[in-house]
Design a protein around this ligand. Sequence first.
Ligand code: ADP
Length: 395
Amino acid sequence: MTTILETQDLGYYYGDGTVALENVNVKLEEGRKVALVGPNGAGKSTLMLMFNGILQPKAGSVLFRGQPLNYDASSLRSIRRAVGMVFQNSDDQLFAPTVYQDVAFGPANLGYSAEKVKRYVTYALAYVGLSGYERRPPHHLSGGEKKRVAIAGILAMEPEVMILDEPTSNLDPATSEEIMEMLEELNLGGKTLIISTHDVDLAYRWADEVILMKDGGVLRRGSGPEVFGDSELIKEARLKLPIVVDLYQELAGRGLVDGPKPPRNILELCDTLEQGCKGRAPSSSTAEPIEPGKIYICNVDELEAPQIIAILEKIQPSCKGAMGTSAKVMAEGAGIALDFTYGVIDKCILKALIGKSSLIMTSGGMVDHAQNRIRDYCRESGAVIEAVRLSDGAN
Ligand code: ADP
């Protein structure tokens, strides 16, 4: 794996003498989803501001692709293009009178022609699901829409790394999940993502790597189960356990489940529990095994809305979900009522396990991602769930 960002003995104190970071040594690998977690004042925001040169170290250094950052104007321009930052409060980021002008600000500053700027803005707004919003004033938008505009403004600069400070703060749960799913999609497209969050459930299920911070230093780093599986450590950091871990530990305490690491998500928790129950079921149990439902996957890049509607009439799935912006836009335009708009793959697997069929509408690299996730789940759990890729008229 290639290290994309690194800190060496990094230290920072603010003008009033407050020490915000001390001796921070972290290496972030390219293409990962990283969550910085920790209580207020742990130093998460300060560290993020140092990753793209907004703050300059008072001790140690920050390296991008192995090279220490320089802080002259031209070096800063290039690092801020490569490492884009989305602030916690969108109102701190959005300042232009229209959405178009806001998103165009970055590419225009890079000296692109008006035609090229337009292309980048159109692409970025379509990616975040805000085509048609170009003339709207950002301050009239909802919190979720403002966050999308802020993300589009960074995307339009084609960054390699995107840093998002508390990306879901002040958003309702469904909007938060949709933003996180959009970040998942960006990551599947190859972007390295770094978020900070207090939301331990979100960090646990979303991040490949969790960096737990406290008092300006790193307490622990590792996968979600490695970091959050240590309840003493989590208490020390004044955080709470993710609900899946908390429930797992309660069940383990009663001897109902066991295993070296807590499950990653509800799906794995249900499987662990089911295994435990099977071990205990009386041998005379006569319950019929459930025939798993099928999961249909359709690529909205390859099918028109009327074709999808025709397919839906034919297969009559028990539930329907959409992953990614273009699938959601297509479902809305076609009047297809969605049961799931986030966590779609796992929810469809859970439905399949109780015998219900489902349809996942998605696009691009997410199609393979969905199919791989179902295949990996089946391989690990021993379940047999058929994932059927749909094309026009077939199936
Ligand atoms: P977090 O993002 O984890 O809440 P911060 O990086 O914001 O942590 O803060 C780390 C420490 O630096 C805290 O003690 C905080 O009070 C202090 N701090 C943050 N910003 C400033 C500032 N502008 N001036 C003085 N102290 C600050």
